[in-house]
Write a protein that binds this ligand. Structure first.
Ligand code: GLU
Length: 280
C-alpha cells in the first residue's frame, strides 16, 4: 500500500521551527516509503485564519525544499462534507445540541465544586446531555445558538473501545472518554477540528497521520469517530515537540523562530532543516 502522509497547518500565523519539524517529519516518512505527501489547509476558523498566512506558509515550505501534491485541500471549501458526517452521527444518536456558553460551563463546574479533568483542562459537565427533546426543539426554534457535542459514553457503547497503532508507541486502546463530550460542530461553523480532520484524512486516503504528541489524546477521539463513521483506519506517528532555549514548546508567538525571520537573517534552507531536527 502506498504511504500517504500530510501536513495540515492552520493559517493563523507564520510557520516556526516546530511546524518545520512536523512538516519535514511527514514529508520524510512519505519520501522514505516512495509515497505521497499532501498539504492541507485547516482554515475552518474564519476569525483567526487569513489568506496571506496561507500564501506565506506555502512559500516557506517550498523554500524549505518540500513539494506536495495539488490541488491542496482547503477545509473552508468542504463544509458540506463535514455536515454530511455530522448528519450520520446525528442519525446514530451519538451527538446532542449544546446551548451552553463558556460562562454557563464555568458556573456549572463551580456549582458542582469539582470537575473531572482531561489533558486539555476541565471536561464539559454534561449539562445539555439529557435535555428533553421538547426543550431542545423549543430552544432551537427560539433561535438560541448551539453546538453539537459527542455523547462519548453512548458512542463507546455503540462501537466498543477501538484500538489504534502508533509507530512510536505501539498498539493503543482508545480511551476517548478522557476528553469528555467534545464539540464536533461549533456554534459559528458546522464542524470542528476533530470532525474535519477525521473526515479529511479518510477522504484524502491518508495512511499515516504524522503530527505532534500534543495531539496524542485527540487521536483516541479520532479513532472513535472513524469507528462510528465506518472510515478507513490509518496508522499514526506522533513526534516530539521542539522547545526553545527555556525548554518551552515553540508557539506562533515566538516570532524569532519563524522560518521567515530565519530566512531574512540569512539562514539557508539546509541550515533551517537542521535546526528543525532534520540535517541532510
Ligand atoms: N491543524 C492542526 C494544527 O495546526 C494539526 C492537525 C493535525 O495534524 O491533525 O496544529
Amino acid at each position: 500500500m502506498t504511504t500517504v502522509t500530510r501536513f495540515a497547518p492552520s493559517p493563523t500565523g507564520h510557520l516556526h521551527l516546530g511546524h518545520a519539524h512536523s512538516a519535514l517529519f511527514g514529508w520524510r516518512a512519505a519520501t522514505a516509503a516512495k509515497g505521497r505527501f499532501l498539504l492541507r489547509i485547516e482554515d475552518i476558523d474564519p476569525q483567526r485564519c487569513r489568506p496571506e498566512f496561507e500564501r506565506d506558509l506555502m512559500e516557506d515550505l517550498a523554500w524549505l525544499g518540500l513539494a506536495w501534491e495539488t490541488p491542496v485541500r482547503r477545509q473552508s471549501n468542504h463544509l458540506d462534507d463535514y455536515r454530511a458526517a455530522l448528519g450520520r452521527l446525528q442519525a446514530l444518536g451519538v451527538v446532542y445540541p449544546c446551548f451552553c456558553t463558556r460562562r454557563d460551563i464555568a458556573a456549572e463546574i463551580a456549582r458542582a465544586g469539582h470537575a473531572p479533568h482531561g489533558p486539555d483542562g476541565p471536561l464539559y459537565p454534561g449539562t445539555c446531555r439529557h435535555l428533553a427533546e421538547s426543550e431542545r426543539a423549543a430552544r432551537m426554534a427560539a433561535g438560541e445558538a448551539y453546538a453539537w457535542r459527542l455523547d462519548v459514553a453512548a458512542a463507546v457503547r455503540r462501537v466498543g473501545p477501538p484500538r489504534w497503532f502508533d509507530r512510536g508507541r505501539g498498539w493503543q486502546e482508545a480511551t476517548p472518554e478522557i476528553l469528555g463530550d467534545v464539540v464536533l460542530a461549533r456554534k459559528d461553523t458546522p464542524t470542528s477540528y476533530h470532525l474535519s480532520v477525521t473526515v479529511d484524512d479518510d477522504l484524502q486516503g491518508v495512511t499515516l497521520v504524522t503530527r505532534g504528541e500534543d495531539l496524542f489524546f485527540a487521536t483516541h477521539l479520532h479513532r472513535l469517530l472513524q469507528a462510528l463513521l465506518g472510515l478507513h483506519v490509518p496508522e499514526w506517528h506522533h513526534h516530539g515537540l521542539l522547545t526553545n532555549d527555556r525548554g518551552e514548546r515553540l508557539a506562533k508567538r515566538d516570532r524569532a523562530q519563524t522560518l521567515r525571520s530565519l530566512r531574512e537573517a540569512g539562514c539557508a534552507p539546509a541550515e533551517v532543516r537542521a535546526l528543525a531536527g532534520f540535517p541532510d
